[in-house]
Design a protein around this ligand. Sequence first.
Ligand code: FES
Length: 138
Amino acid sequence: MTPPQDSLLNWQEMDAAPEPGTRLCSLDALDASGAKGVDFENGDKRFSLFLVATENSGPCAYVNQCPHAGTPLEIFPDRFLTRERDAIVCASHGARFRIEDGLCISGPCAGKRLTKIPIETIGSNAHIARDQTNRGSK
Ligand code: FES
């Protein structure tokens, strides 16, 4: 992973980033906690993302790197949301992010954003979107 950023990451250039079309997980995997972390490894390089269920429109995905200190957001597996499941929360210093667009709404990086990864649903599985140029992807 790269150090913390002031702007959105170009996640496709990051070490071990998955290719468009890569299967991430079944949609059922989000049922237990409302979110699911997925890691990719390439040699000693690692790329982490997480998916989060939205209220009205399928899951969305973000790079698992807080814009404050650059650490992964979760301490316990798949625990990316507040208890009320109304926001994404960083376990390190408590930053809260909107689920829909990753904007930090409180905490030490207020106003910054998580980096969104376009995904698509194929059957009962979530995949990295095959067309990464479509900004309308989730
Ligand atoms: S590293 Fe996430 S709030 Fe500090």
